[in-house]
Structures are given as C-alpha cells and as structure tokens.
Design a protein around this ligand. Structure first.
Ligand code: PRP
Ligand code: URA
Length: 208
C-alpha cells in the first residue's frame, strides 16, 4: 500500500527544499524536520505494550512504562537516505541503524550495491529510507537485499517519488508499504523527478 502523507507543515518545508536557491544547511534541516513529521504516520499502527518496568507520576500514581511492540531498524540508502535518519531517530531514540550503499549508474540508471551492514536484531520492523524514489531501481534493490538476509517486515519511507517508481516498487515488493510526502509528475530523460528537488545527495552534502 502507498500512503501519501499530506500535511500543511510538510508542504511548506518541502517547497523550501524544492527551491533551487535553498542552501545545503536549510535543505538538510527541512529534510530532518519532514522526516520527524512523517514518523507520525509511518509508525501509527506499530502498537505498544505495558512493560514490567514501572514509572511513578508526580501525583504518586504508579503505571507501567509503555514501549513499542516492534524493535525498529532504520536503513538509509547511502548517501541521501542519511538525511532522513536523525529526524526519525529523534522520535525513536531506541531505533538501530543499518546502512546500504547503492549508487545509480548515471547512464543506465541501474542500481549498484557497494555496501551492506545491518544490526543484529531479532524480528525488527525495518524501515528503508531514501528521500528520492525515481525509477525505483535503488529501492527495489535495497529491499531485495534486506529480504535476502531473512528480514520480512519492511517499510519504505521516501520524500518525493515518481508515479513510475511507486508502481515498480509496489509490483516488485507488494508486501512493503510505502510512505511518501509527495508523488510528483514524472521523470525527465536523465531519470530525475519533475518537478522534484534536484540531486538530493548533492544538495544534502554540498557536493556540487
Ligand atoms: C539517488 C537517490 C536514490 C536514487 C533514486 O541516489 O538518493 O537512492 O538516486 O533513484 P532510482 O529510484 O532511479 O534508483 P544516487 O544514486 O544519486 O546516489 P547518492 O545518494 O550517493 O547521490
Ligand atoms: N535522485 C535524486 O537525487 N533526484 C532525482 O530526482 C532522482 C534521483
């Protein structure tokens, strides 16, 4: 299933990110804040349980501490996915972080994996994060790679997606819910999303 997370605060911050005049610092901060806001929807149905550990309120009432049912593992697709990690981890400080390095060949647009490391966590909810879902190749490869290691409770969180990318990922991995802030119009001839926000990795890390 695809969840398009529409919210005025996200729309305002996303329009700052889309602006070509926005500098790297404000671009990163906006992405960070949107990722935090998106967490509200991504983890809406995760569920909680009352732990054995208790807390006492200032009025002297003792209650069980509330914990999330699932252990969360965030997996940013390098590089740009890193830009969404802190925003989500601020909401879930116990989340563990894996990394998957994938770059898209500039000519063929095919994904190439160059790094993979996941923390050892039993039955986690894995959330793959990457601000851009263009042809869908990187997301499909990342999810396949994670599944190959035996994980099967996987979600994908992205900022801007193309209709084609969404279609391809949902076809390849129908069990993976996709959470997205904006589904844009189309891809250009170089595989960039239109209107989009340009090269997310370059804008986050100031590499161009
Ligand atoms: C970008 C982006 C995604 C991918 C999306 O990464 O961060 O990972 O392209 O494109 P796709 O859906 O067509 O696969 P890129 O390969 O530019 O690497 P970078 O993050 O290191 O810049
Ligand atoms: N990767 C990006 O960073 N931007 C796009 O528009 C497409 C792929």
């Amino acid at each position: 299933m695809v969840f398009e997370i529409r919210h005025p605060l996200i729309d305002v911050k996303l329009s700052i990110m889309r602006d070509e005049r926005t500098k790297s610092k404000e671009f990163r901060e906006s992405l960070d804040e949107i990722a935090s806001l998106m967490s509200y929807e991504i983890f809406k149905d995760v569920g909680t349980y009352p732990a054995a550990e208790t807390i006492t309120t200032p009025t002297g009432v003792t209650l069980p501490k509330i914990k999330l049912n699932n252990k969360i593992v965030l997996v940013p697709i390098l590089r740009a996915g890193i830009g969404m990690v802190d925003g989500i981890r601020n909401m879930i400080p116990t989340a563990r972080i894996g990394h998957i390095g994938i770059y898209r060949d500039e000519v063929t647009l095919e994904p190439h994996e160059y790094y993979f490391k996941l923390p050892k966590v039993e039955n986690p909810l894995v959330v793959v994060v990457d601000p851009m879902l263009a042809t869908g190749g990187s997301a499909i490869a990342a999810i396949s790679s994670i599944k190959k290691r035996g994980y099967n409770n996987i979600r994908m969180a992205t900022l801007v997606a193309s209709p084609l990318g969404i279609e391809k990922v949902t076809k390849a991995h129908p069990d993976v819910n996709i959470y997205v802030a904006a589904i844009d119009e189309k891809l250009n001839e170089h595989g960039y999303i239109l209107p989009g926000l340009g090269d997310a990795g370059d804008r986050i890390f100031g590499t161009r």
